[in-house]
Every structure is written in C-alpha cells, then in structure tokens.
Design a protein around this ligand. Structure first.
Ligand code: AMP
Ligand code: GLY
Length: 424
C-alpha cells in the first residue's frame, strides 16, 4: 500500500516511523513532512489544507490511504472532500469527517454531545456577544477559579483559567465583544473548574468498534514545575502510573463506550482517533475535552509502545473490521522530552543549524519543527525535536532522553528538565 500522511510535526514523524515497519507498506509520503521524515519517506511540499493540491499528490503517487495528523484539515473537511470526489471517494481517510471533527472544532458542540450521551464532564453554559451580561451573571454563580473557553479552534490558546471574578467578567467581555481569539471566541463556553490530575486516553474507532490505546500525560507549560505560558506540549509519559486497570475500565465504561455509541446514535460515521483529555477526580474520570486526532507529543510516547502493525489497525478502520484486530503494547515506560526553540511559545527564530540528531543509541529522535537547508538540518518551528526513550521506570527512561539531548545542539535550544516530576 502507498500511504500519505498529512502533517509535519513529531506526531507525523512517529506515525511514519511506525508505518515503515509494516510489511504491508510499499511507499510512504508526507505532506509536508520535516527533515526527519525526509530520511525515511518522501516529503511533498504542500499545505495539508490545500485540498486540490492534496488530490493531485494522491493521484500522482497512487496513494491507497490517507492518514491525517493535525486537526485543521479534518475540521476543514478533508475527509468529506475525498468522499465527494469521484477520483478519491474509494481512498480511505483515517480521521473523521467534518461532523465528527466538530467534537474538537466547537467546545459547545462537544459539551452538548457529552451531556446528551451521559459522558461525565464539567457543567457549562455558552454565551455570545449578545449575552455578555448573562455570561457575567453565570460567572457569579460559580466558585473560582473560572474557566473560559473560546468555542472554536485557537491553537491550544483559547482557554483561560482566572481566579478573580471581576477579571473573569472583563475577560469574558473582551473575548466576546473584541474577539480576543478571533472568530474562535465569538462564542465562549464557561465551565465549572475540575480539580484533579490530568491525563489523556486515546481511542481508535472505525465507527462500530474501538480500541483503547495506551494512556499518556503531557506537560503543557513552558516552565519547570508547570509554570509559565501554555505550549503545544513539552513532554509526555506513557503509561500514566495512576491510570491503572481499574481506572481505565471506568474510562472505558463511562466515557469511551458512551462516546462511540453516541456518535453512532447521532449518525456520525467516525473513523479515526479520538483523543480524550480527562481529569481524574478522586479516582473518577471527567472529560475536559475531545480532540479528533492524536496528541503531540503524546503520540511520540504512545506509538513506539505499540509493537504490532499499525497499518493493520488502520486497515481495520478503513474496512470497519477493527473489532477483529488485536494489538500488543510494550509494558515499559516511554518518556518524551520536547526540545524547543528559544523564545517559544512566544516569538522564536528559525533556520538555526541543528547537530547531533543522529545519536539514537539510547533514544528515538523524532523531528518536529525541522527542515533541510543547503544540506543541513535547521530549525523550522517552535517545537523542534521530541526525544523518546524506554525504561523500566520513569527516571531510567528520562535519563536516556536527557543524555541524548546533551549530544544535540542548536542556538538557544530549550527543554524542560522536569518532565514526569509529578508522577515520581
Ligand atoms: P482544553 O483546550 O479544553 O484542553 O483546555 C486546556 C487546558 O485547560 C486543559 O488541558 C486543562 O489543563 C485546563 N482546563 C480546561 N478545562 C478545565 C476545567 N473545566 N477545569 C480545570 N481545568 C481545565
Ligand atoms: N499535547 C496536546 C495536544 O496535542 O493537543
């Protein structure tokens, strides 16, 4: 089979590394990919949301399946585009259609879905610029901290958690009347604060059956001790020690089953990943959010632990035979440390030469924001590399990732030295 992966991050490099292990794979393409994927597959320099360009690439390269990494092409309807096109309609797309992608594309949609199908989550109300006063009155009924969420996609930046009531009221007005997060905040969801420990559970579904994949915890803040600005993710650990069999069983019964069945009941034919962001509150799971794709950097910790053929699972999704498939997991701990450009998540430079990424004796060095320029690997994004290692426990795996990072160098590189600190 010839496969095209859409995307360019560490997540997509991790998909690529897994798929090239498959005996079923003939040729692998990425659009646009990065310097790491260029070594093991063919990069095509197109934007994954430029659907006519994607179509051309698919037809020129006899692609038999498309795997979508990021949410943007899904929310923009890449899967629907394929189904509506005579030449593309029989080529399976791993990733939901627009209707399913709304689980990530609209916070209000996902909250309504959870309430309708009995999935445990925080109580909420949604407001627009015509109901700012009602929103401010709703805030008065809640206990601090106050959680304000831009309804639409805001690159992980659309959630504000504010301690002070007055400040929360002002932020709400700013989000709604001034569209602080662009059109994404023309509607705002206000919800109850959930106090617990966060983790993510990943599900692959073909619209009928599902597989629960390994859990992971990511570290979103730029600073050590979970301080400073939010990022896309500075590291990940899989499995999550407190997510034992009993907890995962609760997640499956209370969250995964009602979610997959809810999609069916609502007539949403969902084929792809569901990333469930959870809060563990005293041993009970509550859903914070759904994403309609794998997490990044969680994928770089989860996928290497899956020892069986990922392409076989994808075929199960495409043919709706996922229920009959099985997969195996490496029981060891995988830790991922993300190496970022200095300044990220605010302004940062690009084009700095990176050395040392070939040192993979103890770790896997996934590329994220990298490209090749004049024969050299250079930085091309905020999150530059994701370094994953295995160990019998978190400290031993982390030690390997940090030793590998010591051999890597580029101007102003930065990374957190305390990934997993709260789990040890
Ligand atoms: P989201 O984009 O919905 O995942 O929110 C971003 C982050 O905000 C989450 O990863 C949580 O850390 C935090 N968060 C979101 N909703 C809540 C909530 N209801 N209670 C506590 N923390 C939350
Ligand atoms: N690491 C969080 C995300 O992928 O959304």
């Amino acid at each position: 089979m010839n496969i095209l992966i859409l995307g360019s991050g560490g997540r997509e490099h991790a998909f690529a590394k897994k798929l090239v292990e498959s005996k079923k794979l003939s040729k692998l393409f990425l659009a646009p990919g990065n310097a790491g994927t260029a070594k093991i597959a063919n990069n095509i320099a197109i934007d994954p949301t430029d659907f006519p360009a994607v179509k051309k690439a698919v037809l020129e390269n006899n692609i038999n399946m498309v795997v979508v990494g990021p949410e943007a092409p899904l929310v923009a309807g890449v899967h629907d585009f394929f189904l509506a096109d005579e030449d593309l309609k029989d080529i399976p797309v791993i990733g939901p259609k627009k209707d399913g992608a709304e689980l990530e594309g609209s916070k209000e949609f996902s909250k309504k879905f959870m309430f309708k199908h009995g999935v445990p989550t925080a109580k909420y109300e949604a407001f627009t610029k015509d109901t700012v006063a009602e929103g401010q009155a709703f805030l008065e009924t809640l206990k601090p901290p106050f959680v304000l969420k831009a309804d639409g996609l805001a690159a992980g930046k659309g959630v504000l958690i504010i301690d002070n009531l007055q400040e929360a009221k002002e932020e709400l007005a700013d989000m709604l009347t001034n569209e602080k997060f662009g059109v994404a905040s023309s509607k705002v969801v206000i919800e109850e604060y959930l106090d617990g420990i966060e983790l993510s559970v990943f599900v692959l579904t073909d619209g009928k059956g599902y597989k629960v994949l390994p859990s992971a915890k990511d570290y979103k803040r730029i600073g050590e001790g979970d301080t400073g600005l939010n990022t896309g993710g500075m590291g990940a650990i899989s499995p999550v020690p407190f997510a034992d069999e009993a907890f995962i069983k609760k997640v499956e019964d209370r969250v995964v089953k009602p979610t997959v069945e809810g999609l069916q009941k609502d007539g949403i034919d969902y084929r792809g990943f569901i990333f469930i962001g959870l809060m563990n509150i005293g041993g009970d799971p509550y859903v914070i959010e759904y994403n309609v794709r794998m997490g990044d950097p969680e994928t770089e910790a989860v996928l290497p632990r899956i020892t069986s053929d990922l392409l076989d699972l994808f075929e199960g999704v495409a043919n709706q035979t996922l229920e009959s498939k099985s997969y195996e997991v490496d029981p060891r701990t995988a830790t991922t440390v993300v190496v970022v450009a200095g300044g990220y998540p605010e302004a940062y430079g690009k084009g700095d030469v990176i050395t040392g990424t070939e040192n993979e004796e103890e770790s896997i060095v996934y590329h994220a924001g990298t490209t090749v320029k004049d024969g050299e690997i250079v930085t091309n994004g905020g999150r530059v590399l994701a370094v994953t290692s295995f160990g019998d426990d978190i400290p031993s795996a982390l030690a390997k990732s940090y030793r590998t990072i010591d051999k890597i160098s580029f101007d102003k590189m930065n990374y957190r030295k305390d990934i997993g600190f709260d789990l040890m």
